[in-house]
Design a protein around this ligand. Sequence first.
Ligand SMILES: [Zn+2]
Ligand SMILES: [Zn+2]
Length: 135
Amino acid sequence: MSEVTNCPRCNALFMQNKFRDVCETCFKEDEKMYETVYRFLKMRENRAATMETIINQTGVDEELLYKWVKKGRIQTKLFPNLGYPCDRCAKIITRGKLCEGCTDEIKQDLQLHDANSDWKKKMSNQGAYYTMRDK
Ligand SMILES: [Zn+2]
Ligand SMILES: [Zn+2]
């Protein structure tokens, strides 16, 4: 599925699809940046580099780096110091969408819901209970 939308970075109109969430120009820039980061990471002495070092050394955008790690373009298996923020509390994680702490909290909340079915009914009428944290 694709639709015409504004590029979130430069505001140009472009066809959005599942592989691309920015316009052609920004996409090419991202790819160039990816090459730079990739070349940097390929050097043996940089294997243990932290996010901060990579950002400082390559000039990559923090968000972009998170995106690549999240999508698996940069593997945390190879680069153990890399990660991306938890959707809920922004703590750096390496898999899934939430950190362990948030996963536990949500699990506990769900158990609470189960214990009170009236409340549960009310909540489901109100729609989504968990909303995305504001950035
Ligand atoms: Zn753009
Ligand atoms: Zn969290």
